[in-house]
Design a protein around this ligand. Sequence first.
Ligand code: M6R
Length: 612
Amino acid sequence: MCGIVGYTGRAQAAPILLYGLERLEYRGYDSAGITVNSGTLQTVKASGRLANLAALTNNGADLHGNCGIGHTRWATHGEPTDNNAHPHVASSGQISIVHNGIIENYRKLKDWLLARGVAFQSETDTEVVSQLIDYYYEGDLLAAVRKAIYKLEGSYALGIVAADAPDTIIAVRKDSPLIAAVTDGEAFIASDVTAIIKYCREVIYLDDNTIAVITPGNITCYNKYGKVQDLTPVTIDWDIEAAQKGGYAHFMLKEINEQPKVLRDTLAGRIVADAAGARVDLSDAGLTPEVLQAVRKVHIVGCGSAYHAGVVAKYQLEGFARIPCEVTLASEFRYSSPVVLPGTLCVVISQSGETSDSIAALREAKALGVSTLAVVNVRGSTIAREADYILYTNAGPEIAVATSKAYSAQVAAMTLLAVALAEFNSGAKRENLQAVLNDLIKLPDLEEQILSDISLVQLAASRYFNHSSVFFIGRGLDYAAALEASLKLKEISYIHSEAYAGGELKHGTISLIEPGTLVIAVAACTKLAEKIESNIKEVKTRGAEVLTITTSSLSKNFTDCGDILIEIPDTHELLTPLLTALPLQLFAYYTALNNGCDIDKPRNLAKSVTVE
Ligand code: M6R
């Protein structure tokens, strides 16, 4: 989604803005622009990649001034043209703004302004905001912004500058993330930390309905009643290297390879030993034994891969912890009149913590009066701040649009929740808990083992990369893993793919299987091995080529029914999705690579979906 960066201080603003926009590229965008304020507003915009903007400004050297705002736009209202790119400068030339979010009542406001003689330059909802601020502007920018936002409906993070206030940025936030940071003699705004971590480690997450006045070395925040707010900065515990490629060809490949470390970080401090052995301790999330004992049902919401992590968790929570569990797409939750009974723990899974649909689902669950748990990666994000309990996934910054390490950290965190609920809620036998935890502790080493030899995955990707349609099948937890594997393949390689529960094939989909169709079978669940074996034979008989992902001890069942067989090491059945994920992510990666795709920034996609 769109990205915002702003700077005011003693340095030239343009190179800092371009650097920040480059760091925000991963969020997804189709045009970019900057305004530098030196008493007059100099605005340059370009559709396409940021390199176009850098070329037009001589890498920023052609724009002089110490204050400015920049933006990467992911088009919603109006095509991705130079004209529709942000910043949007009002007709007077006095006000320039950048905006993330959607102004839902922009048509009404546009008509209102047109009737008052205001001429519009673009097709965007955003231009309404710059023209409205300009309409109210009489030399006091803060007063004009207050009047304008009073009229806005929708979501917005805004960065605003005025020609005659050349060292000031006004930042406004409602339902769209925005941070601010101050250093000695300088100040910044940004959509996320990656844009400014090079300059400062302490950032302020603006609250909803905050207006911040940013000047060199100073930030003053006001709440919606105009009262000064004291917002506590959060210290960022990772550095710029964590958000760089570190020698890998792509962020996605780096992030796939980081999974053993991430798993160790997700588990750290949450598996403790007592006299009877290991147990899960989620007190850092506020999930005490008393809180867990009160849970009667778990209702999980999330989008995309986070939803798939929820599907894995449903199998774990019901199969192992024996707790009823429902999983709902966050985008459906609030419109489906959900029946959420007392005693339900609503779990919102989100890497970014800023996904608009997931925020809405969280708020809906709170309005329904149940407890909420955020399973979130980004500290200080909206979902983390609004939920009753927070289980951080500790995956570190994830830059590739296609999630890998953040997804597996979500699965690991939910596995811990399942084991904790099994102990404190369902009274599972200690030896059963021990069996899972003993294997969970060993899992990072097994992940390293898988990552140390990926030759078979590369072979499979080189053999199958030119297929135009792929079917993934699995049963139980393997079906949950297949859902995520299918999304991974389609989002980065643009190959059509679908995931099916193996038993469903005969109910329709098998009609699509013809000689040469690629079927990828995930077959790591021992108790369902014979069932998936039959499903593989059904497609093989009809000419499909089959790539099978199975465990060392199950592989003998599949030697005669697949074309390529990839083995993962044996582990507790509950944990297999954490291992099958690795070859499946790598298969998607190498298939996309062989197809020459833009792996880290797939077309039309955004890292963080902050609009509904
Ligand atoms: O930040 P979130 O976890 O809430 O994001 C949810 C989805 O947008 C995200 O998982 C998306 O499906 C990924 N691009 C998949 O790789």
